[in-house]
Write a protein that binds this ligand. Structure first.
Ligand code: NAD
Length: 440
């Protein structure tokens, strides 16, 4: 059992207050709104949410839940503070962090008078770097030391209004972004009675994840709605269609296609997207999410082109040409587009792809390749020319990883070369002066 102070008695603070009381903790909610304090101190929830009235009433009547505006006393009488104040958008769309920093100032001045270790867990949604600023504020005001006298963690909240209490007790997982084990362990004990795996992660990862989750949820809604518009025009039941879509747990609702890296390609994805957006255009529909997938993909190719330009080398070696490893299919391959663009801009380009040999290209595949890279045969190198290829390339782009390259690893990552990695060729290499990963 812990003594807990919760800053903010809004949706997250009130639900947390009720749930943490139910889990056996002694909770004080610190609020600045007098009306909310008054309601909470009569056992009445200041929010509307299924099950909240009973939860707050019991917490108040039987478990010692109370509310106050006195931040100092609440901090002095607690081991852990959960920060649940609002983080609204400014008019420009930037995060307004003032409420968080005001709370940190309150906690900082209370900590001046506190001798025991205090854990601060920020449940509000905050951009990466905010926890560092919170630490600075508290250290400056309290003259105490992070990791010695107190610790600030990022502990994002995943609940949804409307099912908040159930979500609180059954989150997808609990994330604790902590700089020190002492704080992480305290939070782990508090969450040990909650039905979810606990992951201790880096602070900046915990800060960012909620934005990525919410962006994806918003993308899912927007995607499904655009599918709905097209279905309706075609006289197809969109709910039946999306139910079918959701049955595919292998490729649709899974971790497939969710690793950041290089652009997609191949004979199907772009072609089928074009056909789908053509239908929507013909039906006079606006489907901006679907329409912008190909431009987003092209932007990734342009991004890699800029990375190559930035190396200021004119001899470029590219490993991989087909749209993915293990196939010779060059149709709509982003590596073909990249090669074409580099040659067009006057770069000397050599390409190694063990699955692609000009002599073996046929039909549409060959036509596509030649129409984009006129003198393909001059670019392609064979396995027995790999030594020369590696020596030639002042900038080396790893667009595919092939077993045949493993014996050349020293040459690939030599100091004299700029390496641009699109596939995370080796997990243990991090971006440095010579090596740059596209997204790591
Ligand atoms: P809210 O506006 O309902 O509650 C915030 C409360 O903080 C208000 O009651 C306000 O009076 C109080 N407050 C502000 N400054 C204070 C201070 N200095 N001291 C004490 N109290 C103070 O906000 P919310 O919906 O509970 O969201 C809180 C945070 O949690 C936000 O960052 C939000 O993005 C995040 N979040 C919200 C949800 C949700 O479904 N609402 C879900 C996950 C995460």
């Amino acid at each position: 059992m812990f003594n807990i102070s919760i800053f903010g008695g809004g949706y997250i603070g009130t639900v947390s207050g009720g749930c943490l009381s139910k889990l056996g903790n002694k909770v004080t909610i610190v609020e600045k709104d007098r009306k909310k304090i008054e309601l909470l101190n009569r056992g009445i929830a200041p929010i509307v949410e299924p099950g909240i009235d009973g939860l707050i009433k019991t917490a108040y009547m039987e478990l010692g839940l109370k509310a106050t505006s006195d931040a100092e006393t609440a901090v002095l009488n607690s081991d852990v503070s959960f920060v649940c104040v609002g983080t609204p958008s400014t008019i420009e769309g930037e995060l307004c962090i003032d409420y968080i920093f005001n709370v940190m100032k309150n906690i900082g001045s209370a900590l001046k008078k506190k001798d025991t270790f205090h854990v601060i867990a920020v449940r509000s949604t905050i951009v990466p770097g905010t926890i560092q600023k919170c630490i600075q504020i508290i250290e400056q005001i309290s003259k105490k030391n992070m990791g010695v006298d107190f610790s600030v963690c990022s502990n994002p909240e995943f609940l949804r209004e409307g099912s908040a209490i159930d979500d609180y007790f059954n989150p997808p997982y609990t994330l604790i972004g902590a700089y020190d084990a002492k704080a992480a362990n305290t939070l782990k004990i508090i969450y040990s009675r909650i039905n979810a795996d606990i992951h201790i992660v880096e602070v900046r990862e915990a800060e960012l994840i909620k934005y990525i989750n919410n962006a994806f949820h918003a993308l899912k809604v927007g995607f499904a709605n655009e599918v709905g518009l097209i279905c309706k025009k075609l006289g197809i039941d969109s709910h039946k269609l999306m139910a079918l879509f959701c049955l595919d747990k292998k490729l649709n609702l899974s971790d497939s296609y969710l690793k950041p890296g290089f652009a997609f390609g191949g004979s199907c994805l772009s072609k089928d997207l074009r056909a789908l957006t053509y239908i929507s255009k013909k039906q006079n529909l606006k489907t901006p999410i679907l329409n912008n997938i190909i431009p987003s993909n092209e932007n990734i190719i342009s991004h890699v082109f800029s990375m190559i330009e930035a190396t200021k080398n004119s001899n470029v070696g590219i490993i991989g040409l087909a749209f993915k490893k293990g196939t010779d299919d060059l149709r709509e391959s982003p590596l073909v587009s990249l090669t074409e663009r580099l040659i067009g801009k006057g770069y000397e380009v050599k390409v190694y792809d063990p699955s692609v040999s000009e002599a073996k290209l046929f039909g549409a595949n060959k036509e596509y390749a030649i129409s984009h890279i006129k003198h393909l045969e001059k670019c392609l190198v064979d396995e027995d020319e790999l030594d020369k290829f590696i020596e030639f390339a002042d900038t080396l782009v790893i667009g595919s990883s092939y077993q045949t390259l493993s014996k050349y690893s020293n040459g690939l990552f030599s100091q004299s070369k700029q390496v641009i990695d699109l596939v995370r060729y080796n997990n243990s290499i991090v971006s440095n002066g010579n090596y740059t990963g596209i997204a790591w």
